[in-house]
Write a protein that binds this ligand. Structure first.
Ligand SMILES: [Ca+2]
Ligand SMILES: [Ca+2]
Ligand SMILES: [Ca+2]
Ligand SMILES: [Ca+2]
Ligand SMILES: [Zn+2]
Length: 588
């Protein structure tokens, strides 16, 4: 079988890519590792035959002398986040650390990850046996694959020459590159994924520096992994939507198709192929609202999402049409429901090419070409959009979805050289559902979108999908999202899960720090005997009694009870007078 080397030059220029869009061969096979059906030609140091995990080797020196341990842990955390996506067979494991001097090599039967730290005298940053210059990129991933699109090896390199790196997720001031976020993007390529058209997606082709909304996987990426690496017996939980986009009977190439849930949060998106067809796969069974909109014109000044931001293969995408209205589709188990769109010719007469991120200061004009998050503060904020040709009156600026109250809209011409601005006051309602949303400007029957450039931020993050607050996991574990840090794990073997330790404020790495069960009070009145104790929400407790310490038999009172809060009480209505002994048992 012939071997091919694919180069994902990431985050600055998109070499080849699609949305939760997969890179398929002529037989429709997406680029992927075959973990459950191993090709015998895949080396055992590349995929562990016993555990069926993809094995990677880190160069031990990281990027910096002072912080290399955290740099390596950030890469491990990124792999762990992909592995944590529920209902998939995707698994990673780490091989031995490598001595510095590692290079990209698609034929050495080893998946390597490292920082290149030296440039040639003329500034080239060469990797891959000096054949590839990555000086213009943040990081590059090189999967090697067979004709049938089985990945047989993949290497990843971070640019340590022209780029600066940091690791502290709580450092919101740094303008360097966050290792975890960029590694998360690179691991997407490492497992075969391409770029997404959604601004806030980890797989978007560009990123802003520092800690941004690109950290953490979006629903789009979760679905991507589930569709390519999904476990067989979870298939009935999912269905798909497929269809075509046509204009005057002709198929439309490169139209963005967006699926939103009832709150206006984007669940998945893709771009139509050369035949005008699209596929949205691995959608949980639900109703979705779909719409189609054009990519930005490559001729526009500073377009946010052009054809080549999706992939070079999308060069020449049709952008000359109006966005559609919504169509609702209900997804059925293991079926692809068809939803077709016919569109209207003619580009909207205006577009959006920059954003004024949410602010409370009406005299602060920030100009951003990247996605941004909005905190769920119950107070008035301003958001805005810019471009050279925005309407200067009677237009509306909105965020998709519910949970937002709008105030006054203002129009300002030439706020920055050649940039008109529309600003609107917004207040997020308390119960707004967090997620990735879009902005649009509407005037008359024209509308223009920037898709997925806003994320309504959750109050607590859960990038590893285990229900446990990530900030606690990050504080307590060097590799957040690892097996040891998960909610159900018990790394200190004290018999209590991390979830239990979190809820009771105990140390998950100390066997001598664990939740203790303590009866806080026993009171007797006319209604009976009330016993109160401290509890862990979700745990089951059984109350026992006996009349005399000397008796050997404890008697169960009623069935076990599940705690809802951190304290619990139980009334023994049968007993009001006689001396009793009680005990409370926490069930495993
Ligand atoms: Ca290699
Ligand atoms: Ca978590
Ligand atoms: Ca424990
Ligand atoms: Ca403990
Ligand atoms: Zn990339």
């Amino acid at each position: 079988m012939k071997k091919w080397l694919l180069i994902f030059i990431s985050l600055i220029s998109a070499k080849t890519a699609i949305a939760f869009v997969l890179f398929k061969n002529e037989d429709g096979e997406p680029l992927r590792w075959h973990l459950d059906d191993l090709n015998p030609l895949v080396h055992t140091d590349v995929v562990n035959r016993k555990t069926k995990a993809i094995k990677f080797h880190l160069s031990r020196d990281g990027w910096s002398e002072k912080n290399f341990e955290n740099e390596l842990n950030s890469i491990r955390s990124a792999a762990a986040q992909w592995e944590a996506v529920p209902e998939t067979v995707l698994k990673f494991e780490e091989g031995n650390l490598l001595e510095p001097g590692v290079d990209i090599n698609g034929n050495d039967n080893q998946n390597v990850i490292y920082w290149v730290k030296e440039a040639t005298p003329n500034g080239a940053v060469l990797v891959n046996n000096e054949r590839t210059d990555i000086s213009g990129a943040l990081a590059v991933t090189f999967p090697t694959y067979f004709d049938d699109h089985t990945i047989v090896e993949a290497d990843m390199v971070f640019n340590g020459v022209t780029q600066r790196w940091f690791t502290d997720y709580t450092n919101t001031f740094s303008n360097d590159n966050l290792v975890e976020a960029i590694a998360l993007h690179e691991f997407g390529h490492f497992i075969g994924l391409q770029h997404s058209p959604l601004g806030a997606a980890s797989m978007f082709s560009r990123t802003v520096s520092g800690v941004s909304v690109s950290a953490g996987l979006t629903l789009d990426e979760v679905a991507a992994v589930q569709s390519v690496y999904g476990i067989k017996n979870a298939e009935e939980q999912f269905g798909g939507i497929v269809g075509s986009v046509t204009l005057d009977g002709d198929k439309v190439f490169g139209a963005v198709v967006i699926a939103e849930n009832k709150h206006g949060n984007i669940v998945q998106s893709t771009v139509t192929d050369k035949n005008g067809n699209y596929e949205l796969l691995s959608l949980p069974l639900n109703q979705y609202h779909l719409r189609v909109s054009p990519l930005h014109s490559p001729q526009a000044i500073q377009p946010l999402v052009r054809d080549i931001d999706i992939s070079m293969e999308y060069k020449g995408a049709n952008i000359n049409f109006q966005p559609t209205k919504y169509k609702s589709t209900t997804v059925a188990s293991q079926k692809n429901t068809e939803t077709n769109f016919t569109i209207r010719r003619g580009s909207p007469s205006f577009y959006i090419n920059a954003i004024r991120p949410a602010t409370k200061k009406d005299n602060l004009y920030e100009l951003s070409f990247g996605p941004f998050g909005i905190k769920r503060k119950n107070e008035k904020q301003l958001i805005g959009v810019y471009s050279p040709n925005l309407p200067s009156n009677s237009a509306t600026l909105r965020i998709t979805g519910d949970g937002i109250v709008y105030g006054i809209t203002t129009f300002e011409a030439n706020v920055f050289e050649g940039f008109n601005l529309i600003t609107v006051e917004i207040t997020l309602e308390k119960n707004i559902v967090p997620g990735v949303r879009s902005l649009y400007v509407e005037k008359g029957n024209e509308r223009s979108y920037v898709n997925g450039f806003i994320e309504i931020l959750p109050n607590t993050e859960d990038f590893d999908f285990d229900g446990l607050n990530d900030s606690w996991q990050r504080k307590n574990f060097p590799v957040f999202a690892s097996k040891l840090s998960r909610a159900s794990a018990d790394p200190d073997a004290d018999g209590y899960s991390n979830q239990d330790e979190y809820l009771t404020g105990k140390d998950p790495n100390d066997i001598d720090s664990y939740p203790t069960l303590e009866i806080k009070s026993i009171t007797v009145d006319s209604s009976g005997t009330t016993i109160q104790w401290n509890s862990i929400p979700g745990k089951n407790y059984q109350v026992w009694r006996k009349k005399n310490v000397g008796l050997s038999e404890w008697i169960k009172i009623k069935e076990p009870h599940t705690a809802q809060r951190s304290f619990m009480f139980f009334v023994d209505t049968s007993e009001r007078k006689e001396l009793q002994f009680y005990r409370v048992q926490a069930l495993p």
